[in-house]
Design a protein around this ligand. Structure first.
Ligand code: AMP
Length: 248
C-alpha cells in the first residue's frame, strides 16, 4: 500500500499567539513554527504501517513557503521515504489545498491519503473531507484506530459519546485524531539519513490549480480576558453567589 501524508507547517503549539494590532491576522514574525501536531500523528501511523509491512512507500507533501521543507525533513527523519514541496508564500485555504492534493493523488496514485483531522492554526477541519469529495473516495474521519482488512481498511472513529467502526474500500482518505498513537522523536542517525532523501519542488501552477482565496477575513481578535475569581467561605455562600449571578 502506498500512503500519501500531507503535512502543514503551523505556529508551534507552545507559542502564545499574538494578534496583529490591525486585527488582520496573527503575528508570524520570529515565531517558532513546527509540524501540525495531528500531522505528526499521521506520519507516525504511516511509518508504523511501513514497519508492519502494510505500507510499501510513505510520501509526504506540504504546501507552503520554502521553510515548509523543514517540516517535510522532520517527516523524513521520522521514517517517511520522500517528499514533495508545493511552494507558495500565499495563504492557501483548505479548498485549494484539497484541489492540489487531489492532483498529487492523481500523479502518485496512493492507496491511502492520511491527513490530520485539523490544522491548529486555522482549525478548519475541512481539507480531508473536501479531498475525499473531489476524488470521490471513501473517507474515515477522526481515526482512533486503523486496521487493514483484506483489500479494505477498518477505521475506528471517535464520535460523540463513543467509537464507530467503518470499513473503507481503498483508495481512501482518512483523517487522524489525537489518540491514534504517540509520535516518535526522530533519532540523530535518522535525521542525518533524512538529509539524503529526495524532496521534489513544485508550484501550484505546475498542477494548474488556482489558489486565490475565496474567503475574506473580516477581523481577528483576542479571546475576551477572563475576569478574576473570588474565594467564598462555604457552600452556602457559593450557592448564594450562583443564585445572585443567575447561574442557578
Ligand atoms: P484543515 O482542514 O486546514 O484543518 O487541515 C486538515 C489537514 O489537512 C492537516 O492536518 C493536513 O494534514 C492537511 N493540510 C492542510 N493544509 C495543508 C498544507 N498547507 N500543506 C499540507 N497539508 C495540509
Amino acid at each position: 500500500m502506498k500512503v500519501l501524508v500531507p503535512v502543514k507547517r503551523v505556529i508551534d503549539y507552545n507559542v502564545k499567539v499574538r494578534v496583529k494590532p490591525d486585527q488582520t491576522g496573527v503575528d508570524l514574525a520570529n515565531v517558532k513554527m513546527s509540524m501540525n501536531p495531528f500531522d505528526e500523528i499521521s506520519v507516525e501511523e504511516a511509518v508504523r504501517m511501513k514497519e508492519a509491512g502494510i505500507a510499501t512507500e510513505v510520501v509526504v507533501v506540504s504546501i507552503g513557503p520554502q521553510q515548509a521543507q523543514e517540516t517535510i525533513r522532520t517527516a523524513l527523519a521520522m521514517g517517511a521515504d520522500r517528499g514533495i514541496l508545493i511552494k507558495t508564500d500565499a495563504m492557501v485555504e483548505p479548498l485549494a489545498v484539497a484541489k492540489l492534493l487531489a492532483k498529487v493523488a492523481a500523479d502518485e496514485k496512493p492507496d491511502l491519503v492520511l491527513l490530520g483531522k485539523q490544522a491548529i492554526d486555522d482549525d478548519s477541519n475541512q481539507t480531508g473531507q473536501m479531498l475525499a469529495a473531489l476524488l470521490d473516495w471513501p473517507q474515515g474521519t477522526f481515526a482512533y484506530k486503523i486496521e487493514k482488512d483484506g483489500d479494505a481498511l477498518k477505521v475506528t472513529r471517535e464520535v460523540d459519546g463513543g467509537l464507530q467502526t467503518v470499513k473503507l474500500q481503498t483508495p481512501a482518505v482518512v483523517t487522524v485524531d489525537l489518540r491514534l498513537n504517540e509520535p516518535r522523536y526522530a533519532s540523530l542517525p535518522n535525521i542525518m539519513k533524512a538529509k539524503k532523501k529526495e524532496i521534489a519542488e513544485k508550484s501550484p501552477a505546475d498542477y494548474g490549480v488556482d489558489i486565490t482565496p475565496r474567503l475574506t477575513v473580516v477581523k481577528v481578535t483576542e479571546p475576551a480576558a477572563r475576569s478574576g475569581g473570588v474565594k467564598v467561605e462555604d457552600v452556602a455562600a457559593l450557592v448564594a453567589k450562583l443564585k445572585t449571578a443567575g447561574a442557578v
